[in-house]
Design a protein around this ligand. Sequence first.
Ligand code: PLO
Length: 519
Amino acid sequence: MAWLICFCVFAAVILVSLYLRKMTLMCVRGLLIDDRSPPRLPSLPIIGSLLSLRSDSPPHIFFQQLQKKYGAIYCLTMGSHKVLIINSHHHAKEVLLKKGKIFAGRPRTVTTDILTRDGKDIAFADYSVTWRFHRKIVHGALYMFGEGTASIEKIICEEARSMCEVLANLQSSPIDLAPELTRAVTNVVCALCFNSSYKRGDPEFEAMLKYSQGIVDTVAKDSLVDIFPWLQWFPNEDLKILKRCVAIRDKLLQKKYEEHKADYSDNVQRDLLDALLSAKHSSENNNTSTQDIGLTDDHLLMTVGDIFGAGVETTTTVLKWSIVYLIHHPKVQKKIQEELDTKIGRDRHPQLSDRGNLPYLEATIREVLRIRPVSPLLIPHVALSDSSIGEYAVQKGTRVIVNLWSLHHDEKEWKNPELFDPERFLDEKGNTLCYPSVSYLPFGAGVRVCLGEALAKMELFLFLSWILQRFTLEVPDGQPLPGLHGKFGVVLQPQRFKVNARLRIGWEKNLQCSEVESG
Ligand code: PLO
């Protein structure tokens, strides 16, 4: 009996001491974690920080304003997800570059899952072996059919020529340039992805314009349904639009896919889709399961859809913003034209080899990308393991939003950040390009950096130089200047506006011969 009592006392002592040890450890850890947690917005069960996020400003501007109260890095809760908002370039570079692999995850959301068949694309797919493999193929193919070839310059110039012809024929009537710009940019991406192009008024192109806008308006903009996924089971007009637009896009992609499969040959690779098909065939020949490696039909279609969608919407948006700012700043426009007149003249069209000779135009493109970044909040990242940012601990699964808008409008980094001033990217003499601040990441950085950066820069340079060599863009008489705020979404688009594209003196006759000559 005595030994039983002894045993019970002994066991009780052990249990109590173990319990106390665990409690002490938890307290210490809790203290440590709390100490190392960034400032936090108030949060309630279920709805999270929603009440503190009510604002008339779009998210990128509101997040920038919240810095005054919470500092450059703070956290909030969206539904059940912890979200960190990064507003400084130090922290942004730690997330994107230094710890790029740790923060390379992507959240799954209702709208992006609809767009990408549950993350079978590149931009919105989570980090995985499949994702890495796809990115590598696309990277190679983009180089093979775009950046790395002379033919892409020819394609862009041909589209620029056709666009200028349309503008010349619409003299003295105010026009919405958006459809023409979009067609030109679409045809470049179409050549790259599908080795095809669209003529003006092609019904398939008109359908594409519509579905793409529907997707931009409804996908990945932190709508309530992405925060509270259970809302998808209630009537939701945006989700209906998104599903309808995605269905139209998928039909179009499927058609291109079938056409490519029908006349595919192992010996000729015509475009990105052929490059993907070739990778699929070689893995099938090697008896590797396409399921395992992620080369299913769904993966191929979603990847092409991504490149096509990104290629069209991003470059078109930057071109539109460039025109908005050029109309607001006629002096900048005039300076670019003077540069074009002296360095190129009227006897030939601009070429990629002129890029180094037109610093003022390049500086203007950099300034547009600074003042109106295409994607002001980038696409959210997710921590794939426990880590840290600056002095703060970050737990696995935390979502991280890099507010590019704050980086590009940081008063400590940029003089008068609200001012449109291309000269900030030029040295004192105005001849040499420079970066006055490191707080500048228009294409993101690191593991998830934009795949189309080089192509986009070529297109922006060629389209803008062709247009400004021939035309002066002005706001039509009696019309207000286009708005500068834009519409927040997965890309920050300017509101619709009309312009007069007036042929410059001396170009009335010159246009024809310069168009025919290939340079
Ligand atoms: C644009 C509308 C298209 O129909 C589908 C599409 C695919 C890829 C997306 C793109 C949209 C918007 C811009 C995105 C791109 C992937 C990378 C790019 C989000 C939604 C940016 C800016 O990160």
